[in-house]
Design a protein around this ligand. Structure first.
Ligand SMILES: Cc1ncc(COP(=O)(O)O)c(C=O)c1O
Length: 398
């Protein structure tokens, strides 16, 4: 028996493999400090859970419109439009079971076989996977590690645009770098999209996870509303990763196509989950605010802990819940020249479990440095302190 060839082009989230290795190490009786998965160990706010229970008991358990229930589409249009200073209506919203499905549905709506799509690398690994699975050519753009943090190498990105380039994927408040665009970077990207007539997927999964400053969206810039689809998700902002609720937000013409894909793939997103989403957007926001407060404490603990580990260099991000330290000196000190081996030895010697740069897309040619990603969303501050002091003990004793 043979399987379909197209599956060979489908990637995966290899972070889940790191989780499996960590689980094995726990099963052998060891303590593990889980910095590997971008999940939250914090509860969904009570008012949101109560709204879901209410919807179930009211019988809101059947099929519903493919693009989502109107109250949720209206709530999202109003709230996101206000935050981003653009006018959205319910027709601009296609509700999804999570943020992730937006990626493949966006690509299938705009990309023909052989079209090129620019995507961030290191970046969320599903971009590369979905571009290639859907017969496109994945063209990576890269970041520069500057004293002001990670910045997109804009000259490099522009040099990769060809007549076949169809779309640009951007992810401000970036995973895994926690990089953020400056106004100038965002404006330059908007200029490129307008000049070369590109569709834009703006992955805004971490837009509201912010400790200082203000999030901005490329959709607010001139000419962008007609060519931008926003990936919106409830997963991170409201600690709802397992609920699977998100939305594609963009021009009606593309939202209609995405909704047709909904019809073919899921019919609709669970109706009672959507009613919980209405409460999340329109109801009391104190749960979401508390979540950001806790995450900020964890960010501070993570940065402080990293600074005690010899040879690690890290930027302090103001958004998302990741840090991406450079560890070349730490590796040299502990006798490593291979990043994967370093991560495994760190687990075995300190219990610290984390992903490395290799989990976030195929490395770009000529890439410099060795980086790891610590996600501090799924681990309490006291465990952050303990894990990083164990890591420091191991590294600093060498
Ligand atoms: C950058 C980015 N985009 C999208 C997603 C998908 O989120 P969801 O859980 O809503 O599918 C994630 C999840 O980790 C992410 O990090």
């Amino acid at each position: 028996m043979k399987f379909a060839d197209r599956l060979n082009r489908l990637g995966t989230e290899t972070a889940f493999a790191v989780a499996a290795t960590a689980t094995e190490w726990v099963a052998k009786g060891n303590e593990v400090f889980p910095f590997h998965l971008g999940d939250l160990n914090l509860p969904t706010p009570e008012n949101i859970s109560a709204a879901m229970h209410r919807a179930v008991s009211e019988g809101k358990t059947g099929y519903c419109p493919n693009a989502g229930i109107t109250p949720l589409r209206a709530a999202l249009a109003q709230s996101l439009g206000k935050q981003r200073n653009v006018l959205f209506t319910p027709e601009n919203i296609a509700v999804q079971p999570g943020g992730k499905p937006v990626i493949g549905k966006f690509l299938r709506s705009v990309m023909n076989p052989g079209d090129e799509v620019l995507y961030p690398n290191p970046g969320f690994p599903i971009y590369e996977s979905q571009i290639e699975f859907n017969d496109g050519i994945a063209v990576a753009y890269r970041y520069l590690d500057t004293p002001n943090g990670f910045q997109i190498d804009l000259d490099y990105l522009e040099s990769k645009i060809t007549p076949k380039t169809k779309a640009l994927i951007i992810n401000d408040q970036q995973n895994p770098l926690a990089a953020e665009m400056t106004d100038a970077e965002r404006e330059k990207l908007a200029n490129l999209a307008n000049t070369y007539n590109l569709w834009v997927l703006s992955d805004e999964a971490y837009f509201d996870i912010r400790y200082a400053g203000e999030s901005k969206s490329i959709v607010s810039l001139p000419g962008m509303q007609d060519r931008t689809v926003i990936l919106y998700t409830f997963s991170k902002k409201f600690a709802m990763t397992g609920w699977r609720l998100g939305a594609a937000i963009g021009p009606k013409e593309i939202v209609d196509r995405i909704s047709r894909l909904n019809t073919n793939e899921e019919s609709c997103t669970a109706q009672f989950v959507q009613w919980a989403g209405v409460e999340a957007i329109n109801g009391d926001q104190s749960g979401a605010h508390e979540l950001v407060r806790v995450l900020k404490t964890r960010r501070d603990a993570t940065i402080a802990g990293i600074q005690t580990v010899s040879g690690m260099r890290v930027h302090t991000p103001n958004s998302a819940f990741y840090v991406f330290p450079e560890v070349s000196e730490t590796m040299a000190r502990t006798g490593h020249d291979d990043l994967t081996r370093f991560a495994l030895d760190a687990l075995h010697n300190s219990g610290m479990s984390f992903c490395t740069r290799r989990h976030f897309g195929r490395p770009v040619i000529d890439e410099k440095g060795n980086y790891i990603r610590l996600a501090y969303s799924g681990i309490d501050s006291s465990q952050i302190d303990k894990g990083l002091s164990r890591l420091a003990e191991w590294v600093n004793s060498k």
